[in-house]
Design a protein around this ligand. Structure first.
Ligand SMILES: Cc1cc2nc3c(=O)[nH]c(=O)nc-3n(C[C@H](O)[C@H](O)[C@H](O)COP(=O)(O)OP(=O)(O)OC[C@H]3O[C@@H](n4cnc5c(N)ncnc54)[C@H](O)[C@@H]3O)c2cc1C
Ligand code: SF4
Length: 322
């Protein structure tokens, strides 16, 4: 690990000032410490943000719920009101890592965590994401990689929270250049879609302050498939949310994780589901639309039927939520 300075910030503004161009924010440390130990990130200063006031709360507002960037995943999982209002968010939180990880991992750190691609995580492999000139996964071990991408890197989104936040129409509020900037989940990962070196659209010094979820969208569900029951990332995840009026879907949204560098959403599928009553055939037709343009690689074609099944099951969970 390279030498670094360490400071604790007591306001978002001072955190931003301290981190400057070459520092890193330290929240739960789950991902950052591994990145530092493996020489994948070098920071001149670590800015501990765990003492920032007001960012560790879940607040229920009339129009939106606010989840502070320092709220832990365990706090989301345990919050009975969140479970009632956003069952899909509760389900996603409960699937992350293990209890020990959830106890310390924060919302901000979860959204900003780096690629899990094993080539990226190998300290001696200089792939495109590390400004090399080759994606080793494309013609190598790509079992865990994307079915969709906008660039030559095929490393998929890892944040389970981003997937469910996308379906819930949530917005991340980021402190950028002394101003608060609002980013949809699509915007938060758009740069990773376009640029092989990016993990997300955050710029140096950007600080995620909170996530806002519109109130009133009560029905939501999340499912994921993983190799292991616990202590593992998703092979594919799916989140869905909608209002259900007289048995019909209103403003439905389906988002998938682990198959694209950003939450994978297909507007045509959401439009198709609008006003529909959910049954097996409708859910399957939506899944067909969502996966229509998938481009499987040598070792990850299994993700297509897996995603199809998850979409169908997640959508049908919305129905069972009556
Ligand atoms: C075995 C295992 C299984 C896992 N399974 C899953 C899974 O299924 N789904 C999933 O989503 N995650 C999973 N994770 C990842 C885990 O959820 C993340 O590592 C964790 O959420 C990171 O949070 P943290 O607070 O520890 O972040 P840190 O490690 O402190 O930070 C991570 C990154 O985010 C930056 N950062 C932190 N806070 C902010 C902020 N407020 N604004 C801007 N940047 C910030 C840091 O500088 C760093 O680059 C797993 C981890 C492990 C070890
Ligand atoms: S998928 Fe991305 S992170 Fe993995 S080897 Fe290819 S360029 Fe590197």
């Amino acid at each position: 690990m390279n030498a670094f300075q360490y400071a604790t910030a007591h306001s978002p503004e001072s955190a931003h000032e301290l981190v400057a161009a070459n520092g890193a924010y330290l929240a739960g440390g789950n991902d950052l410490l591994s990145l530092l130990k493996d020489y994948l990130v070098s920071a001149s200063i670590l800015v501990n943000i765990k003492s920032l006031p007001g960012l560790n709360k879940i607040v229920r507002g009339e129009k939106a719920w606010t989840i502070g960037a320092l709220v832990t995943i365990a706090e989301i999982e345990r919050d009975a009101a969140v479970k009632w209002a956003f069952p899909g968010l509760h389900e996603a939180a409960a699937e992350i890592g293990s209890q020990q990880i959830r106890n310390v991992a924060t919302v901000g750190g979860n959204l900003a965590q780096h690629s899990r691609c094993w080539y990226f995580r190998h300290r001696d492999t200089v792939c495109l994401k590390k400004h090399g000139d080759l994606c080793y996964a494309r013609h190598g071990e790509n079992r865990y990689h994307s079915l969709f991408t906008g660039n030559d890197c095929i490393s998929p989104l890892v944040s389970s929270l981003a997937t469910v936040f996308a379906a819930l129409d949530a917005t991340a509020i980021v402190l950028r250049d002394a101003k608060e900037t609002r980013l949809t989940m699509g915007e938060l990962y758009q740069k990773a879609w376009e640029d092989p070196t990016a993990h997300n659209s955050l710029r140096p010094g950007d600080l995620i302050l909170r996530v806002e979820i519109p109130a009133g969208r009560r029905r939501s569900a999340y499912l994921q498939a993983s190799d292991k029951h616990a202590f593992d990332w998703a092979l594919v995840s799916c989140a869905a949310a909608a209002d259900v009026v007289d048995g019909k879907l209103k403003s439905p949204r389906v988002a998938l994780g682990s198959i694209s560098p950003k939450p994978h959403e297909v507007a045509a599928a959401n439009e198709f589901l609008e006003g529909k009553t959910l049954d097996e055939a409708t859910a399957a037709a939506a899944a067909d639309l969502i996966l229509k343009d998938a481009k499987p690689l040598e070792h990850n074609a299994y993700k297509v039927p897996l995603a199809h099944a998850l979409i169908r099951r997640t959508l049908l969970k919305l129905k069972g939520d009556a």
